[in-house]
Design a protein around this ligand. Structure first.
Ligand SMILES: *[C@@H]1O[C@H](CO)[C@@H](O)[C@H](O)[C@H]1NC(C)=O
Ligand SMILES: *[C@@H]1O[C@H](CO)[C@@H](O)[C@H](O)[C@H]1NC(C)=O
Ligand SMILES: *[C@@H]1O[C@H](CO)[C@@H](O)[C@H](O)[C@H]1NC(C)=O
Ligand SMILES: *[C@@H]1O[C@H](CO)[C@@H](O)[C@H](O)[C@H]1NC(C)=O
Length: 214
């Protein structure tokens, strides 16, 4: 089992590979030693780091960072055509999202946040879709799980029913802090933009949550 710092390193390595991606995309001119000046000209947000996407929380301010998410590998729609501005990120009731959402009335047009476990990713996505959610984000809430610090590849469960909303995995630590902060503030949702447009944001200035480097 790797340490958390390995994950941070991995992220850094992936940032490094960015400059190569950009070269391959023909924008050239990016110097390895001058990456702070690098801009993602003509590179879309979802192309920035592998196939990962990003969203930002705009409210509450204490959660106001950029969060990386990993789209499901082989089910659900892609994130490319998505453009959700100032929508709500809502933890579901029940948290595992394995049955009809008790707060489904508030979910329509917004983004569902569910915990991993107890049923397949696809099943959760189907319940989210049924509730009218535009997107489902799955996170790991078990801090003792060996996968708490990792991005989990969400794969098809081989069932015949296919959800068609986009689904992605949110790092356990981010999911936990988002949910705990909302609980503390007695709020049922955060306000987000998904995907965040990072087209002109240099890699080094992406506003990652500070707790990820602790
Ligand atoms: C980095 O890039 C900026 C903008 O292109 C340029 O002004 C600056 O001189 C460069 N710095 C170094 C150390 O190359
Ligand atoms: C959390 O993960 C640990 C380690 O895998 C496991 O033993 C425990 O049962 C899990 N707890 C829950 C509530 O799933
Ligand atoms: C789905 O089917 C494939 C091919 O038979 C298999 O490799 C995979 O493990 C299955 N996935 C699940 C979640 O059962
Ligand atoms: C991202 O922002 C830039 C600059 O404001 C804009 O030109 C571009 O069209 C935006 N991209 C998307 C996908 O919204």
């Amino acid at each position: 089992m790797q340490l958390y710092s390995s994950l941070v390193l991995l992220v850094l390595i992936q940032f490094r590979s960015l400059s190569c991606d950009e070269d391959e995309l023909g924008t050239g001119q990016v110097q390895e030693d001058n990456r702070s000046a690098m801009h993602f000209n003509s590179v879309t947000t979802s192309a920035i780091i592998g196939n990962d996407a990003f969203f930002e929380i705009t409210d509450p301010p204490s959660l106001g960072y950029t969060y990386r998410i990993r789209p499901a590998k082989d089910f659900g729609r892609g994130f490319n055509e998505l453009k959700l501005q100032q929508v709500r990120l809502i933890p579901t009731v029940p948290e595992n999202g394995c049955s009809f959402f008790k707060n489904s009335k508030k979910m329509k047009g917004h983004v569902a946040l569910v915990d991993r476990g107890d049923c397949t990713f696809q099943k959760k996505a189907l319940y989210a879709q049924m509730a009218g959610a535009k997107v489902i984000l799955v996170t790991e809430n078990n801090v003792s799980s060996p996968e708490f610090d990792y991005y989990i590849e969400m794969v098809h469960d081989n069932s015949s029913s296919d959800p068609n909303i986009p689904a992605a995995f949110l790092l356990g630590k981010n999911g936990l802090i988002i949910k705990e902060t909302l609980k503390k503030l007695k709020r049922s949702y955060a306000v987000i933009n998904l995907p965040q447009n990072l087209t002109f944001v240099p890699a080094y200035t992406i506003n990652h949550p500070p707790w990820l480097s602790l």
